[in-house]
Design a protein around this ligand. Structure first.
Ligand code: UD1
Ligand code: UDP
Length: 376
């Protein structure tokens, strides 16, 4: 809060933040704490309802101490067009009613795209946190969402130098691009200390520090592709013969595992558990020997907490993690390759030191630029 205490010029400013999926609650928590502390600023949350289970949504609002959304659109799950279309229609109605000075969106989900598109068509300035990330794989729904949200935005908050280069390469005017660092780093620092005090997940699961692999999987390219899903689950099972595997299962993945008759696999050291709250997740990350994931956020959190990571994908947007040696990209082609990569990485000492995601002050920079606008 001290970081933004001296800011001027926010009198009467109204910001509408559109969010809807798990990682957005965490990113927004870091920014909203500071934004709402600014005198003269009002922030209103529109929750699209993209994620709705208690452990995918509600838990984050209570744990991260962010206010309940003023609007919950209750859109829920659906095909891309149906889900995004409904959000677009309903977000527009709220924006017309609230008439904000800025519309803030995060990341690359369908909620991001709907928020950005609804706002830009109403000539309301859009600010995008996590702008400029690219996998250069247009088959990913997230890649489409990012590119379109970036091009609809007036203010583009880039977390990394690589993201800035991508935006320049796409012809985004220089004055709109703000290199601020990664708000997830801020969240990891702030909540990392709290987790040690508040989370008892290691005791509940009866696991030892540095005695397990933490795994998360949810990308469509892995869950909706039976060969890849089987390679991942088979690889985790093989690894579980050597070390416990803790696997909080995303609801998309649970459905896919059910579809493939893989959900009832029973192994004493492969713990398929429900998704956990953020403080429990941070605790699991900090004390894992290795993290295996296809999540964007979890890849970075591994690095923030000094844990080596195997990314079960064909590419990553977070190229710095690979360059520094903290992250290894392993396309999940076969059980054997996945298991081998996990077991080989168990004794990996980690990578080189580096600070590609800023100094933990990204949220303060976002708030400052948001208030001061393009010419900040
Ligand atoms: C979405 C984002 C993805 C992000 C992820 C974070 C898009 C296109 N994808 O993927 O970029 O990394 O969120 O977790 O926006 N479901 C439930 N309960 C819930 C939420 C979802 O059961 O609370 C199930 C439904 O069966 C749903 C499926 O999960 O169809 C997928 O949910 P959806 O929000 O469409 O995509 P995610 O895979 O969560
Ligand atoms: N996360 C969590 N509980 C879980 C799994 C993940 O709190 O069971 C957190 C994780 O720490 C990170 C964020 O959710 O902050 C990442 O979200 P996700 O992997 O769903 O999406 P992505 O980052 O890939 O968009």
């Amino acid at each position: 809060k001290e970081a933004v205490a001296g800011l001027q010029g926010a009198d009467g400013m109204k910001v509408v933040t559109v969010l809807g999926a798990r990682p957005q609650f965490i990113k927004a928590a870091a920014v909203s704490r500071l934004l709402r502390a600014l005198p003269g600023v009002t922030e209103i949350f529109i929750h699209t309802g993209q994620h709705y289970d208690e452990n995918m949504s509600g838990v984050f609002f209570s744990e991260l101490e962010i206010p309940q959304p003023e609007y919950n659109l209750g859109v829920g799950s659906g095909s891309h067009g149906a889900q995004t279309g409904q959000m677009l229609e309903l977000v527009e109605q709220v924006l017309l009613q609230e008439k904000p000075d800025r519309v803030l969106v995060y990341g690359d989900t369908n909620s991001t795209l709907a928020g950005a598109l609804a706002a830009v068509k109403l000539h309301m300035p859009v600010a995008h946190v996590e702008a400029g990330l690219r996998s250069f794989n247009r088959r990913m729904p997230e890649e489409i969402n990012r590119v379109l949200a970036d091009h609809a935005s007036e203010l583009l908050f880039a977390p990394t130098e690589a993201a800035v280069r991508n935006l320049r390469g796409e012809g985004i005017p220089e004055e709109r691009i703000k290199l601020v660092g990664d708000v997830m780093h801020d969240a990891a620092l702030f909540y990392g200390a709290k987790a040690e005090i508040k989370s008892d997940i290691l005791e509940r699961l009866q696991i030892n520090r540095k005695g397990y692999i933490l795994a998360t999987i949810h990308r469509a390219e892995n869950t909706d592709e039976p060969r890849r899903l089987r390679a991942i689950l088979g690889g985790l099972l093989q690894a579980a013969a050597d070390i416990s595997v803790i696997f909080p299962v995303h609801p998309r993945t649970r459905s896919a595992l059910k579809r493939e008759n893989l959900i009832s696999i029973d192994h004493p050291d492969l713990h398929m558990i429900d998704p956990v709250g953020y403080l429990d997740m941070v605790m699991l990350e900090k004390h894992a020997r290795l993290i295996a994931t296809d999540s964007g956020g979890v890849q970075k959190e591994a690095f923030f907490h000094g844990v080596p990571c195997v990314t079960l994908r064909d590419e990553t947007e977070w190229v710095e993690l690979v360059e520094l040696g903290w992250n290894r990209i392993v396309p999940p082609r076969s059980e054997r390759e996945v298991a081998q990569a996990l077991l080989d990485s168990l004794d990996h000492p980690g990578g080189r030191e580096g600070f590609p995601y800023g100094g933990g002050d990204a949220a303060a920079k976002v708030v400052q630029c948001l208030v001061e606008g393009v010419n900040s």
